[in-house]
Ligand binder design. Sequence first.
Ligand SMILES: Nc1ncnc2c1ncn2[C@@H]1O[C@H](COP(=O)(O)OP(=O)(O)OP(=O)(O)O)[C@@H](O)[C@H]1O
Length: 366
Amino acid sequence: MAEITLKSLAHTYLSNPTAPEDYAIREMDHVWHQGGAYALLGPSGCGKSTLLNIISGLLEPSSGEVLFDGEVVNDLPPEARNIAQVFQFPVIYDTMTVYDNLAFPLRNVKTPEARVHERVMEVADVLELTDQLKRKAKNLTADEKQKVSMGRGLVREDVSAILFDEPLTVIDPQLKGKLRRKLKEIHQRFEITMVYVTHDQLEASTFADKIAVMYEGQVVQFGTPRELFERPNHTFVGYFIGSPGMNFLEVMARDGQVMAGNTELRVGKHVHDAVAQARSAHIKLGIRPEFIEVHAEPVESGMEARVEHAQDLGTYSIVYLTLGSMALKARIGEDQATPSGKAWLRFPDERLGLYVDEYRVEIDHE
Ligand SMILES: Nc1ncnc2c1ncn2[C@@H]1O[C@H](COP(=O)(O)OP(=O)(O)OP(=O)(O)O)[C@@H](O)[C@H]1O
């Protein structure tokens, strides 16, 4: 088992990189602690697989170091790193039985057969594969195959960490939840460091205690699902996490007011002062759709908006609004009547986030 440290790590697939965009991994430092259940979440192409392949040793980074428990492993080949990697598509031997597939990684390192048997039975039990052990792998369903693939990762006791690269892609939607819970159970039972790559926020938050959100080759926030929701550190996290994502308004302070385009935003003094002090041309206020107050009648400090349409999603509705020239989404509970025509909005100060050059800056509310 291991703590995995990435030190000044960067990677490019190009031979002559010149700009930051030329890097699949932009220089970063990161620590995955021993025994943690982590997710690496981000859109397609942000560098997730590149990062996993660097950790497992399939790819040599352009610069920087990978350390396991403080030891640099850059020069170690994948087989010497004791990292198990589970890919999108199951990697198993079709002509072997499930038992032999699970036993393979142990027999490969000359484990005594009695111990092989114990471990195979234990892992098969956890993955509910005991009844399938005698079957040939080629006759299994896609999800059974993927379970065998995971089992092959789990079976070795000396494994430092398991890296899952979108392992549920080929699994039926109704079985995904079940397998995710299984992985969680395995994590608790084997106390192993697990990094789970996905572009699905639900998958990430049901599996992981902490999520690293990746964007354009960088980890822009590493936090609990709750922290990512309540205090997104970067506009991308606000936008990517939540359903729908956070609203962002480009703002500036002018004549003692906070303006979004030509619309005055009714915000408190502390928010105004924070906007006024920001030294950048790229200042945004962010508010989650859940935290916009939507009133059907005029209210004190309410900002008049136009209701474009509403989408009823059962336990809540999403209301699409236009404030000045800006489109906003608000999320209201089923107990609240959906406004039509006009609505009056309030942004509670404590729910507003200030973003300067895309990164969050704390507002002093004292
Ligand atoms: N072998 C390669 N050669 C050149 N460029 C590559 C190679 N592999 C990945 N890239 C590029 O590096 C960037 C990061 O890709 P990577 O596969 O790591 O992202 P990802 O987040 O895992 O995406 P996905 O979810 O689509 O798998 C992308 O711009 C991709 O096009």
